[in-house]
Design a protein around this ligand. Structure first.
Ligand code: AMP
Length: 302
């Protein structure tokens, strides 16, 4: 089934303890759509400036991503600069330049309006709502956000959450959104805001999925080398939503499997800077990591 994403397409400048890159391909929608493209058909809504190289557009197109909703306008592309210390779980944002996103108010191509699965990747919550309002009858809507929007546009974000089925967010941001420390209390509070399912990403500690009646826990894959955590959250969301869209339905079993496919894509992505590790995967690469997750968590009948 078709999966639509709105979010940032960006130039990222990132420093980790293992190296540094300047103005490489990044953005929430870029990571998401690349990860999801291994599972399903993806349509992208975003904006780029005149400075965005054609080679990046060609890469997204080579992944089979529908780019009819990717507008190129006069001005500069969105830019984000961040830094990680040895505590790789949380990025410190040094600079956010919204640039062409400041004025972006897209009209969805007709073919996008029938999308059944929608992901509102990390971007201005007003833009998330604007895009969602143009989708005729979405079957499943999921969303991500970050402290930049929780602090800068809280009311708009709360409005967006009313129309969302699943919120996928990291632990620090979930705590900030709910204004609570304890994650069980955080989940209870966020579930009253709209999303009936909440996935809390905890970096190297994995992910927790809360619904009204259950909790599911997935570890992160214990990697020997993590180069760059940027995009881990969006790659997680891409694997998660891509798999659900491929299944075509959401039930207790496939939503748990989706958490593991999300963890699979995130664990692959962090092994290199930018999207480099996700550029040329085979289905076997993905399946091998998924099976490794299964072995990691299996404890019956030993
Ligand atoms: P994550 O998956 O959480 O590591 O997201 C990293 C991506 O989010 C980077 O590639 C950034 O370009 C993008 N990003 C950072 N800040 C923002 C923001 N305020 N709005 C939209 N995208 C952002």
């Amino acid at each position: 089934m078709s999966l639509l994403v709105v979010g940032s397409v960006a130039f990222d400048s990132v420093k980790t303890p293992f190296g540094q890159v300047d103005e490489v391909l990044g953005g929430s929608a870029t990571y998401f759509s690349t990860a999801a493209s291994y599972f399903t058909d993806v349509s992208l809504v975003a904006v780029i400036g005149e400075d965005f190289p054609e080679t990046h557009v060609e890469f997204l197109s080579s992944r089979g991503i529908d780019l009819e909703g990717l507008s190129r306008v006069p001005g500069r592309t969105f830019r984000w600069r961040g830094e990680y210390s040895y505590q790789l779980n949380e990025a410190k944002t040094l600079e956010t330049q919204l640039n062409v996103f400041q004025e972006f108010s897209p009209t969805l191509p007709a073919s996008y309006q029938d999308a059944e699965f929608v992901f509102l990747a990390n971007i201005d919550p007003d833009l998330q709502r604007d895009v969602l309002s143009q989708v005729k009858s979405p079957k499943l809507v999921a969303c991500d956000t970050m402290n930049f929007w929780i602090e800068g546009k809280r009311d708009a974000l709360i409005e967006t959450l009313k129309a969302v089925d699943i919120l996928i967010i990291n632990d620090g941001e979930a705590r900030e959104l709910a204004q609570e420390v304890n994650l069980v209390k955080v989940a209870k509070k966020i579930i009253t805001l709209g999303p009936k399912t909440l996935v809390i990403k905890q970096g190297e500690y994995g992910a927790l999925m809360f619904t009204q009646h259950s909790i599911f826990a997935a570890p992160a894959y214990p990697l020997e080398e993590v180069f760059d955590p940027t995009g881990a959250g969006d790659s997680f969301a891409g694997g998660f939503m891509g798999y659900l869209s491929k299944c075509g339905a959401v039930n207790d079993t496939n939503i748990r499997q989706a958490v593991i496919y999300g963890s699979t894509m995130a664990s692959i992505n962090v092994q290199a800077f930018s999207l480099d590790q996700m550029r040329n995967l085979t289905q076997k690469d993905i399946e091998n990591r998924y099976q490794a997750f299964k072995a990691l968590t299996f404890f019956d009948h030993y």
